[in-house]
Design a protein around this ligand. Structure first.
Ligand SMILES: [Zn+2]
Length: 69
């Protein structure tokens, strides 16, 4: 599984709590989740970045469903 990291100082757009947001990468998409209210936000990368050497990317590719073309 990918590592989930808390975003220091971030405020949830839903419940307005601070320091409740954490993010991780899922198949090259950043996922942000609020642990307080369960709000989830996904953002696709605008441009494909060559950062596939990072450990969390390798974890995502083991699943192998959404491989980039
Ligand atoms: Zn929230």
């Amino acid at each position: 599984m990918s590592k989930k990291r808390f975003i220091a100082g971030a405020t949830c757009p839903e419940c307005k709590e601070s320091d409740t947001l954490r993010w991780w990468k899922e198949h090259h998409v950043e996922v942000i989740e609020c642990v307080k209210c369960g709000h989830v936000d996904r953002r696709s990368p605008l441009s494909e970045e060559k950062d596939e050497h990072r450990p969390e990317e390798q974890d995502a590719q083991v699943i192998g469903i959404f491989k980039p073309q």
